[in-house]
Design a protein around this ligand. Structure first.
Ligand code: PEP
Ligand code: CO
Length: 465
């Protein structure tokens, strides 16, 4: 049985709108993938109206500043580190998780800055990454057929029919959890989070098994350099060593959540999604005539476009045109997620075509989503080496095409989970069950993330140093 996408609920916009004009709900009525209908339309409308009335999580100035920085990435002047959970959960909105995520993102960016000598732009998959596309609409648990879990923004992980019914109240809870997360992130960033600026405190012992350990050791011992690279991180703002920039992002999947927070602001034209600085179009919702593309075509935010199999070059070029007709710099981040076996097949022609069309995009590599597999025990995992190989191949292709690979997009966590196999610590399939936490895709753990940062820097240096 498959959800009929046409039956998604129709709700009403509160603004006075011209017919045929884009507006936050103009997608409503178009074919929509990956969003099962809410059975209670009245409750949905009520939650939508409530969410719409709440203050924005971010500001239009921040969105514009991010776009300017992304334009610098597209020119090869910055490197983008984009990462975080596959799916945030409401329960995980807790101090240690947030601190650990910020910590690992910062530490990775320090490694990149130090090893590459280039400033790094950080975007978290955080404070809104609550909705998930799934390959199957339904699953059967203990003989009962129910909707699949689609992220806390839509339904509950608890396996029973009621809990799996899309619940509009979750739109409000997601906003609240995002607000709490963001509030804490901003507080930590403002006060410098000074521990993080001392590489000698990093837990790098695990690297001892690694062939690059000497490099790591050298880096950790160079505290003076570390202070210097902090300055490099915030090149335009002397005296802001204590402030750490982290932008937020999530997949624009639940369009009710996105639309309710899409606003006009005084003295600026157009609409801003004020729930996250960057939002991205998932690989499963990229249909040109679909609701998600319609929604994303009307907002001023920078937009990520996931690009992977099934991959059609012409459709993807049309998509980029549709989302950035004005060819604005810093607007589009193409996040390729081809899989280690497909990247050579699609990427070279893709890079050439985008160049030929005159688009100035940020190219980023998501080496995670094309490399997922299930073990014999049916545990979803990824191999550290496949992830690394996709990164290496992607760098090599960009290098050969005279193009700048400006970023990586990783699913990772600051916690000591056991979800991906491999890495210096040699986690194998038997070890996966020790601390397998994710409700969705497997993430690099703390050690694997730091190690990956070193390896990304090495590849970048081969291409651009
Ligand atoms: C994701 O980023 O978690 C995801 C589902 O990616 P994709 O749309 O590329 O499959
Ligand atoms: Co994922």
């Amino acid at each position: 049985m498959s959800i009929n996408p046409q039956t998604a609920n129709l709700i009403h916009a509160t603004e006075v709108l011209e017919a045929n004009e884009w507006h936050p709900l103009s997608w409503n009525g178009k074919p929509i993938q990956q969003l099962p209908p809410y059975p209670n339309t009245e409750a949905l409308q009520e939650a939508y109206n409530r969410l719409r009335a709440l203050p924005p999580l971010i500001t239009s100035w921040e969105v514009e500043a991010l776009k300017e920085k992304l334009a610098l990435v597209s020119e090869g002047k910055l490197f983008l580190l984009h990462g975080g959970d596959c799916a945030e959960t409401f329960d995980a909105c807790k101090a240690p998780k947030i601190v650990n995520m910020l910590k690992v993102l910062l530490q990775m960016s320090f490694i990149l800055v130090h090893e590459m000598g280039t400033p790094v732009l950080r975007i978290g998959r955080i404070a809104g990454q609550y909705a998930k596309p799934r390959s199957k609409d339904f699953e059967v648990v203990n003989g009962e057929e129910m909707l699949n879990y689609r992220g806390d923004l839509i339904n509950s992980f608890v396996p029973n029919k009621d809990a799996r019914t899309p619940d509009p109240q979750r739109l409000i809870t997601a906003y609240e959890k995002a607000a709490l997360t963001l509030n804490f992130l901003r507080a930590l960033s403002d006060e410098g989070f000074s521990d993080l600026q001392h590489p000698e405190q990093w837990e790098l012992d695990f690297m001892k098994n690694n062939e690059f350990y000497k490099d790591y050791e050298a880096m950790v011992s160079s505290i003076n350099k570390a202070i210097h690279f902090m300055e490099t991180i915030t090149p335009n703002t002397i005296n802001t060593l204590h402030k750490v920039d982290l932008y937020t992002s999530h997949e624009a999947l639940n369009l009710y959540y996105e639309a309710a927070q899409t606003k006009q602001v005084p003295r600026k034209s157009g609409w801003f999604n004020l729930s996250g600085h960057l939002v991205w179009l998932g690989n499963r919702t990229k249909q040109l005539d679909g609701a998600h593309v319609e929604y994303l075509s009307g907002i001023n935010n920078p937009i990520g476009i996931k690009a992977g199999p099934p991959f059609d070059l012409e459709d993807t070029l049309d998509l980029i045109d549709r989302l950035n007709p004005a060819r604005e710099a810093g607007k589009i981040v193409i996040i390729t997620r081809m899989g280690v076996d497909s990247v050579q097949k699609y990427l070279p022609a893709f890079i050439r075509a985008v160049k030929q069309e005159g688009h100035r995009v940020v190219w980023s590599c998501d080496p995670m989503h094309g490399n997922t597999f299930a073990t014999d025990n049916n545990v979803k995992t990824r191999r550290f080496n496949d992830i690394l190989e996709e990164i290496k191949t992607t760098f090599a292709i960009h290098r050969a095409e005279g193009s700048y690979l400006g970023g990586v997009h990783l699913e990772m966590t600051g916690d000591n989970v056991t979800e991906c196999v491999g890495g210096a610590n040699g986690l194998n399939e038997n070890g996966l069950e020790r601390n397998y936490e994710t409700y969705c895709d497997p993430r690099l753990n703390y050690e694997q993330s730091l190690e990956m940062a070193f390896l990304v820097a090495r590849e970048w240096n081969k291409s651009y140093r």
